[in-house]
Design a binder for this molecule. Structure first.
Ligand code: MG
Length: 254
């Protein structure tokens, strides 16, 4: 093909080859940063301003927790959850395992509020997590006065992307995530057609800007995508700490 090509079109041809390559290789490589790399830069602190970033559920939202009960949730074995519901919030019942929604979701806008206890340090200061499709974790952690590896702090896509800035409020105060999640798509043979993407606002501050996930999130690992259903439950993590959640709703985007 090159033989028949006028010399002047060669640069165009070569650049289009690179363009094709970039379209095929859709999943970004984060090789420059090892998973949980301590040398990664700590995101700058940003004061999100006063308030608790609460947001009422819009009329077309699926309300997953309105302060009263856990009827939308179950344990992974399908049994009723034993997490505590008190004074309008859910508190993790330690060592009882994660909880997940009975309903599955694909593309969503998610609002969720959370508060960490004022105890512990590193990964043990209010650690929990919001797992989209039970697979892709946005980290929940006290990162106000608590340093950890940047891809494991609050609002990180765990093990992949630190937040752009650290918009944390102090422990015990209510904070919020507003998340836009676009699920991965898989071909019929199980190969990846389109990776997942996520945008996250932490206390109203943009902290993940439409980033492309490398695959499921993992501890000390970045496993590759594995084909799964188009809709899967939202999961909250039990990391053995009494972290709290309230006002949880999603708007389905598909
Ligand atoms: Mg976690």
């Amino acid at each position: 093909m090159l033989y028949f090509m006028p010399r002047s079109s060669l640069p165009l041809f070569v650049s289009s080859l690179f363009l094709c390559a970039s379209v095929v290789a859709q999943v970004p490589s984060l090789d420059a940063w090892k998973v949980h790399d301590p040398d990664r830069e700590q995101p700058a602190m940003v004061d999100p301003g006063p308030g608790d970033s609460s947001a009422p559920a819009p009329s077309d939202a699926v309300v997953l927790f309105d302060g009263t009960d856990l009827s939308a949730w179950q344990r992974l074995n399908g049994e009723p959850p034993t997490w505590h519901v008190t004074e309008g919030y859910i508190e993790v019942a330690r060592r009882t395992g994660p909880i997940e929604t009975k309903q599955g979701f694909g593309d969503v806008q998610l609002h969720i509020e959370w508060a960490t206890p004022n105890s512990g340090d590193g990964q043990d200061s209010g650690n929990s997590g919001v797992f989209l499709m039970g697979t892709y974790e946005v980290q929940v952690l006290n990162s106000y006065d608590n340093v950890t590896y940047p891809d494991g702090q609050a609002a990180a896509v765990y093990g992949q992307y630190p937040p752009l800035v650290n918009a944390s409020r102090p422990p015990s105060q209510w904070q919020a995530y507003d998340i836009v999640f676009r699920r991965p798509h898989f071909n019929e043979d199980g190969s990846l057609e389109k990776p997942a993407r996520i945008t996250v606002f932490h206390n109203g501050v943009l902290v993940q800007d439409n980033v492309t996930l490398t695959g499921p999130t993992g501890h000390r690992s970045r496993p590759p995508y594995k084909a799964h259903a188009d809709r899967m439950p939202l999961r909250l993590q039990d990391h053995n700490e009494p972290t709290r959640f309230r006002n949880i709703w999603v708007r389905e985007l598909e």
